[in-house]
Design a protein around this ligand. Structure first.
Ligand code: DX5
Ligand code: ZN
Length: 215
């Protein structure tokens, strides 16, 4: 199973975002974009123009777009058009996950669906064949820098049993050099890391610590 580190820019210095990413992009596998609308979560981050700017600055990167918005059906196409590689919406935000997963795949991106901590992964059983990536939130979505919730390890294990080996299982929230090995053992293979990378002086050293912990 392909292990990937997806760097979340949410806690980066937005005034110097390009410089920070120029340093981090060669070290990681994906850029994770946390799009927040102030409705689905109690925070507002950034939207399509910032995402499009990053796409043109980093044309070869995998862009992993995480939509924490209450109207994903209204905005997914714009995040496909700006060049996302993966678009993930929240199961809790729509009654039409099945349609949205199919639309994303048909549009040529990986179809991602995310669950907040309280949502049972078994709810995805009827649509599992349409999922390319499941994003399991290991904190309540909305803010970077929160503590990893260990109760999510069992959920990751169950999700891996449900989805089988081919689907990406991504974890997001509180991932650092101490928590990454446990989520990997539970069955996750994509690791979103925000403040552990962007909150440090030596970002290369932080990514090296993550890779060491995964060994
Ligand atoms: C939280 C976001 C995360 C967050 C991760 O709602 O989805 O991607 O930025 O940040 P850390 O790694 O600091 O928990
Ligand atoms: Zn995220």
């Amino acid at each position: 199973m392909n292990r990937k580190i997806s760097a979340s820019i949410l806690n980066a210095d937005f005034l110097h975002l390009g410089d920070a990413l120029a340093e981090v992009v060669p070290l990681v596998d994906e850029i994770h974009l946390d799009v927040m609308d102030g409705v689905f979560v109690d925070n507002i981050s950034f939207g399509v123009p910032v995402a499009a700017g990053l796409r043109s600055a980093f044309p070869d990167s995998v862009i992993d777009t995480h939509l924490m918005i209450s109207t994903p059906h209204r905005y997914w196409q714009e995040f496909v058009d700006m060049g996302s590689s993966i678009v993930t919406f929240h199961y809790e935000a729509t009654d039409h996950s099945y349609a949205l997963l199919k639309q994303l795949r048909a549009a040529g991106v990986d179809a991602g669906i995310s669950l907040t901590p309280a949502t049972d992964a078994r709810l995805l059983e009827p649509v599992k064949e349409f999922i390319d990536r499941l994003l399991i939130m290991t904190v309540e979505p909305g803010f970077g820098g929160q503590s990893f919730e260990p109760a999510m390890l069992r959920k990751i294990e169950r999700a891996r049993e449900l989805l089988g080996p081919e689907v990406d299982i991504e974890v997001d929230g509180g991932i650092n050099d101490r928590t990454i090995a446990d989520v990997q053992s539970a069955g996750a293979n994509v690791f979103v890391v925000g403040s552990f990378i962007f909150g440090a002086e030596d970002r290369a050293e932080q990514v090296a610590r993550l890779r060491d912990a995964l060994r």
